[in-house]
Design a protein around this ligand. Structure first.
Ligand code: G3P
Ligand code: MG
Length: 250
């Protein structure tokens, strides 16, 4: 529990609300604002390239169409993943995980890599994201923290790269959380912050696991969670958390 290397604040989906989610522009925004860690979502193309995208389909955050699981990497090259957020981001591509991994390592941005499989691709996504993460962060002092809502993907990730730390993501409370974390040899439980109470945080910490909370955009709530012993929160409000001093508190 004591050698936790990650800061309290993770910039959610890269740049939070300041940049198009899951793009290099977002990672740059996090670095520019002084963040020490980013969270982003990774899934597979049809030809098994790891890329950053939150949704199963392209429409919400790009000018592409259809499910990511049906696209080959080469078919993504002309897709714009920035303009929806503002003209200044026009031309921003869907990044390969390799490009974002390299950016993080070069700029000393720590990473929580969320494995976000398209339906039916859980095992392959867990395996390939973990394999890539191990490669991109090879020799780095602090490894990327892998997480997923998909327990199956996490099991595959642990099998592929057992030395990387993993956290299980939940958006409803599972009474068997301790057995599930133990089976995975996880280091952390990543909860929707609305699920958390001081008692639940105490119980998870007493069992020897860190608690992380998403998505925390309110300064008072971030401080309350920290006071309960939560080790990290994911925020979209990069500017507010910085300007109100939460970022400076570690
Ligand atoms: O990893 C924390 C958070 O990103 C999980 O939710 O939907 O934003 O990926 P989502
Ligand atoms: Mg995420």
């Amino acid at each position: 529990m004591n050698d936790w290397p990650y800061p309290f604040l993770f910039a959610h989906r890269g740049g939070g609300r300041l940049a198009p989610e899951n793009t290099l522009a977002g990672m740059m925004k996090a670095a520019e604002y002084g963040y020490g860690a980013v969270e982003f979502d990774v899934k597979l193309t049809a030809d098994n390239v790891c890329v950053l995208l939150h949704d199963d389909t392209l429409e919400r955050t790009t000018d592409g169409h259809g499910p990511m699981a049906s696209k080959r990497f080469a078919q993504l090259q002309d897709i714009d993943a920035g303009r929806w957020k503002g003209e200044e981001f026009a031309g921003e591509p869907i990044p390969a995980f390799s490009d974002v991994g390299l950016y993080c390592v070069r700029n000393q941005l720590l990473a929580n890599v969320e494995i976000k499989p398209c339906p039916g691709r859980e095992v392959d996504t867990g395996k390939l994201v973990a394999r890539d993460a191990a490669l991109f962060w090879q020799g780095e002092a602090v490894p990327p923290l892998l997480s997923s809502f998909s327990y199956e993907a996490l099991q595959a990730a642990v099998t592929a790269a057992p030395w990387l730390p993993v956290g299980w993501l939940i958006d409803h409370w599972h009474e068997d959380w301790q057995a599930r974390l133990q089976t995975l040899e996880a280091v952390s439980l990543h909860c929707n912050h609305k699920l958390l109470t001081a008692a639940r945080v105490d119980a998870v910490r007493e069992a020897g696991y860190h608690v992380l909370a998403y998505t925390v955009n309110d300064v008072a709530r971030a401080r309350e969670l920290k006071g309960w012993g939560v080790s990290g929160v994911f925020t979209d409000e990069l500017g507010v958390m910085r300007d109100e001093g939460v970022l400076g508190e570690g």
